[in-house]
Design a protein around this ligand. Structure first.
Ligand code: GCV
Length: 843
């Protein structure tokens, strides 16, 4: 009723505007880059001459998806409902069909390019004398890709009146992996529960899975392994295959093939054989029978991914067999059905001897797989992580990528941000992947960039491609950070065309996701392109890797955790110097796994680029880099610069208020503010740790000195007790305070002794998963601010993982004012506090 009264009083044009404003408010990110938001009328008018009829020549479910998508997209963006026509056009029409189907209408039809398999073309021409916009390709799936490409053009306000272009994907294999467990959890997933599984069954409602397939298809991804590579032994149980078939059913209309992760020990552990030796004929027979069963129910099943002899997974080594033998027995069972095996090269010993200076996890993949080159069957693809360690913020390219010339290869990239801020930090990964793909491995003295090796072009391999570990979840916007979706989008776009620039991908994604407002596109692209360099600067510069908590959640800073364990992510920091000597001359010999040309870059210290130097060399802290700065000063400066840059992202985002919908604006503002605060936690933890380790002072006098900071342990405490976190660098000054068990409210107060003025007060506290404490800021007993510690962060103790900054802005303070932080604990979360920092208000 109230709505009606308001509408009656508002003149109609305003009412329409308000409706749009409300629609803008409602954006949640669920539609990702397929929003099809209405174009502004001026832009829409450019498409006035576009045909209003649509003829779809194919009859498959994939063809129907293309038709539905075109109807939906044109309706959404231009407000027009296309008329569906059947058969030869009698007037101007959009015609969607394979080359063969279009030729059946008009034998003279001759599309540009060599449209094999997934390649498509968009052509403005005449068919039977009628004006036509043709979307064509080698297969129905290619035509679907063409439909998405056309809609992408319209969404970006590009002209479509004189089209004559063909696009062919760079590789045949463009897959994602999900690390979903059957109980619904996702290993290294940061966006909620699985869209596929719950309670050890396939979810009854697969609507999100179908939507996911649509998103994947829109960027050309054609396969998805749905379960964790630490594979559940029951994934191919007979009753489960029937359930998997339901996922395949919702993937099929989008041309996405279903795959699963299997465990090589299944023949024994669930198949009741007495062995899983890959050379035992019983084992081969078991796999044959299993895949016959799978293909009876899922005729277009794509294949399997295998993780073996790695991180506790059983493998062929138990029987003295090698990965090729393990892969081939499965591949031969899949071969008659057209399936493929992705065998992961992520095989290493995680019980390495830290005291052995020659031990090196980075060597493992090449040492194990290089001798097997040529022994893998043709339907096996060795799936290789892009770096030799594990998705660190920077690693050199895995030498194995250049080490296999007679084996199909796929590069594994990680979209889920395990080591890059877990989507609580915005880190646009495309620039990093581009560096990897463009890196010239110089195999046999030839120009062999990684992107050419994986296409199969360099060594004439029939299969090859890209695998992205995506780990989307039930979170409304798929990855729980609106900007993180650009990584999924960019992964697909790069797999399609690795020559696209990071800038072009960021621009394109932003236009599709937030609209064509130039200021918005510029600011978001800027934030995205600056985000990986910033993250690298405040986490692990100079090739130190992410310096995160290796034995814990891989999230916050914990440099000490890299060392003294068997995981081999060592940085070998001592009092004398830092870095891992991987040279041939004096180190682990890892450099020797590269071609001679690449060895010349990494073996001599003098040639090694600064940004990766400590991955390859152990040097004194006082060693001067190419930049002219010492290593230790670079570490200090870089952490300050990265944290500062992250603060700038917040300001840049704030300029977009009112230009993007309020929902996404507020959500991202909160995310970027949190990130800016956590970047300071990173900065201080890593710089303090290196300060203590090196004993070298920061030339700029910042490290260990925070003039505006008051440590909680130095405040006047009521009910709070001082504690030391497990890792001293996890709290400023190595200490924090937590409310005693018997107290219901605690306080920490200090007297302000600065000049009168306007200030912002940063309160650094710890937000654990064991409760939701409440905090208040009081100035002279008046409540100035309050909030709840309700974030979902990893870890259950006060540490750098759980450290959060709350900023109270615009406080007028006078000398002698009492600033008090009051904490009300909740269950095991004892309202823990680290420090407060009082800073002049930044306008
Ligand atoms: C699925 C890293 C991750 C593991 C992951 C593994 C892998 O070690 O931390 O969670 O396991 O990589 O890629 O197999």
């Amino acid at each position: 009723m109230l709505d009606r009264i308001i509408m009656q009083r508002i003149p109609l044009p305003f009412a329409v505007l308000m409706l749009f404003a409300c629609a803008a408010l409602a954006e949640s990110g669920e539609d990702a880059w397929l929003r099809y938001a209405r174009l502004d009328p001026h832009v829409a008018s450019r498409y006035a001459s576009m045909p209003t009829a649509l003829v779809t020549l194919g009859h498959s479910s994939v063809s129907r998806s293309g038709q539905t998508e075109l109807l939906r997209g044109i309706q959404g963006m231009l407000g027009r409902t296309l008329r569906i026509d059947i058969g030869a056009p009698t007037g101007p029409a959009i015609i969607a069909g394979t080359v063969e189907q279009v030729r059946a209408l008009d034998a003279s039809f001759d599309p540009p390019g060599n449209l094999q398999a997934d390649g498509f073309a968009l052509i403005s021409t005449r068919i039977k004398g009628q004006e036509a916009l043709i979307i064509t390709g080698g297969t129905d799936r290619a035509v679907l890709y063409g439909a998405f490409a056309l809609l992408r053009k319209i969404a970006q306000a590009e002209g479509i009146s004189a089209l004559n272009e063909a696009q062919v994907p760079s590789v045949p294999v463009r897959w994602v992996n999900q690390w979903d467990n059957l109980d619904g959890s996702i290993e290294r997933g940061y966006a909620g529960q699985s869209i596929f599984f719950e309670n050890r069954r396939v979810r009854p409602n697969l609507a999100r899975a179908a939507e996911y397939a649509r998103l994947l298809a829109s960027v050309g991804i054609n396969g998805c392994n749905v379960n964790n590579v630490n594979a559940d032994l029951h994934i191919l149980d007979s009753d489960f295959i029937a359930q998997l078939a339901r996922i395949a059913d919702v993937f099929r209309p989008y041309g996405v093939k279903l795959g699963v992760a299997v465990n090589v020990s299944m023949p024994k552990q669930v198949g009741r054989l007495d062995t899983f030796d890959p050379l035992d004929p019983k084992v081969a027979e078991w796999w044959n029978g299993k895949f016959d069963e799978v293909y009876r129910q899922i005729p277009d099943f794509g294949g399997v991914v295998v993780k073996a002899d790695s991180e506790g997974q059983l493998g062929p080594s138990l029987y003295g067999r090698n990965p090729a033998e393990a892969a081939n027995v499965i591949a031969r069972a899949l071969k008659p059905h057209g399936g493929i095996v992705f065998y992961r090269a992520f095989v290493y010993d995680h019980h390495l001897d830290w005291n052995n200076l020659k031990a090196d996890r980075a060597r493992a993949a090449y040492d194990i797989f290089h001798p097997l080159d040529g022994q893998f069957d043709d339907n096996v693809i060795v799936q290789i992580k892009h770096g030799p360690i594990d998705f660190q913020v920077r690693e050199p390219v895995s030498p194995l990528l250049g080490g296999l010339q007679k084996t199909n290869e796929a590069i594994e990239l990680q979209i889920t941000q395990e080591y890059t801020g877990q989507q609580r930090h915005t880190v646009f990964l495309i620039p990093m992947w581009k560096e990897v793909l463009d890196f010239d491995m110089a195999v046999n003295g030839q120009n062999t960039p990684v992107k050419d090796i994986i296409t199969g072009r360099s060594f004439h391999r029939p299969l090859g491609g890209y695998v992205g570990v995506a780990n989307v979840g039930l979170s409304t916007n798929w990855l729980a950070n609106q900007l993180a979706l650009a990584n999924l989008y960019g992964f697909g776009r790069l797999a399609w065309n690795p020559d696209l620039t990071a800038q072009a991908i960021a621009d394109e994604w932003t236009k599709l996701t937030f609209g064509n407002d130039r200021a918005v596109v510029k600011a978001i692209t800027n934030i995205q392109l600056g985000s990986w360099p910033a993250y690298e600067s405040y986490t692990g510069p100079l090739g130190l890797q992410t310096l995160t908590n290796i034995t814990g959640p891989h999230y916050g800073p914990a440099p000490e955790s890299q060392e003294h364990n068997g995981w081999g992510q060592w940085i070998r920091a001592g009092h004398d110097g830092v870095g891992m000597d991987r040279t041939v001359a004096t180190g682990t010999g890892f450099v020797g796994q590269y071609s001679p040309t690449v060895q010349k870059i990494y073996e001599p210290l003098a040639n090694t680029p600064d940004n990766i130097v400590l991955f390859f060399h152990h040097v004194p802290y006082t060693y001067r880099l190419h930049s002219g700065k010492t290593v230790i000063q670079t570490i200090y400066d870089s952490h300050y610069e990265g944290a500062e840059e992250t603060g700038e992202f917040v300001k840049e985002w704030q300029l977009l208020k009112g230009r993007v919908d309020d929902g996404r604006y507020e959500e991202l503002l909160a995310q970027l503010e949190y990130q800016a605060g956590h970047a300071i936690v990173w900065r201080d933890a890593v710089d303090d740790w290196f300060h203590q380790m090196s004993g070298v002072d920061d030339q700029k006098g910042r490290v260990g000195r925070h003039p505006n900071r008051v440590e909680a342990e130095a405040m006047e405490l009521r009910g709070y007790r001082v504690f030391e976190p497990t890792s001293w660098e996890g709290a400023s000054g190595g200490k924090g305070v937590a409310c005693s068990a018997e107290m219901t409210t605690c306080s920490a107060q200090t007297k302000f002794d600065g000049a009168a003025g306007l200030y912002e007060v940063d309160i650094e506290y710890f937000d654990l998963s064991s409760g939701t404490s409440k905090f208040k800021v009081l100035v002279n007993n008046h409540v100035a601010d309050e909030w709840r510690a309700d974030m979902l962060l990893p870890g259950n103790e006060p540490s750098a993982d759980s450290s959060v900054r709350h900023r109270t802005k615009g406080l007028t303070l006078h000398p002698g004012d009492v600033i008090c932080i009051e904490g009300t604990p909740d269950r095991a979360e004892r309202a823990p506090l680290d420090y407060i920092e009082v800073l002049p208000l930044q306008r």
